[in-house]
Design a protein. Sequence first.
Length: 209
Amino acid sequence: MDAAFFDRWSLEYDDDVIACDEANLYPFAGYRRTLESLLDAIKAKPGAKVLDLGFGTAKLTQKLYDTGYEISGLDFSPEMCRIAQEKMPKAQLICFDFAQGLPDAIKDARFDIIVSSYAFHHVPDSLKPTRIVEWYDALNPGGVILIGDVAFLNEQSLELSRDDAGDEWDEDEDYMVFSSLQPEIAHLSPKYEQISHCAGFLTIYKTYC
Ligand SMILES: C[S@@+](CC[C@H](N)C(=O)[O-])C[C@H]1O[C@@H](n2cnc3c(N)ncnc32)[C@H](O)[C@@H]1O
C-alpha cells in the first residue's frame, strides 16, 4: 500500500474503518477500543508534546490538538496530510515515509509521547527494532511510545486470524508479532496487550535516569 492508495482511500477511510470494527472483522476489529486505550494513556500527560506516526485523517490527534496538546506528525499520503492539516492548522505535519526514519525537520526534537495507530504494520519487520530504538531516543525522559495496530501476541494467534480472514488477509502488511519483536527490544522493557482478535497495543516507557 503506497501513498497513492491512501490518497484514494482518504475520503471513505473513517466510515470503512468503523463498519469493519462494528462487524468485529479483520483488520479493524477493536479499532475504537484501541484508540480509546491510546487516548487514555495520553490523557495521563495533559498538554504534552506528541508525535503521531501515520496520523491519517487525524481521528486520534485532532482530539488531542483540540484540548491543547502540541502536535507533530508524519504521514506519506499528501491527501491525508491535507485533510489533517485542515483539522489542525497549527500542527507540524510533514509528508514523510516514517519507515525510513525521522526527517531532518524533527531529527533533533524531543517528544513526551510518540503514538501510532494502525500504521506500524507499514514498517517492514526487519526495520521495526531499529525504528523503535530511534523513536525511544527521540523521547524526553519520562516519555512513552504507544503503538496500537493490527497485532498478535505470537505466530499461532496470527495464523488463526489469517485462517479466519481467508481471502481478505493482506499478505503485504507486516503485522507486529510481539513474541518475535520482544527479544530485539527487550532492553526497552516493552509491554503488550491484546485488544481484540487482531488488535494489539505496545507500550514502552522511557525512564528518567
Ligand atoms: C490505516 S491508516 C491509519 C490512520 C490513523 N492513524 C488511524 O488510526 O485511523 C494508515 C496511515 O499511515 C500512513 N502511512 C502508511 N505507511 C506509511 C509510511 N511508511 N510513512 C508514513 N505514513 C504512512 C497512511 O498514509 C495512512 O494515513
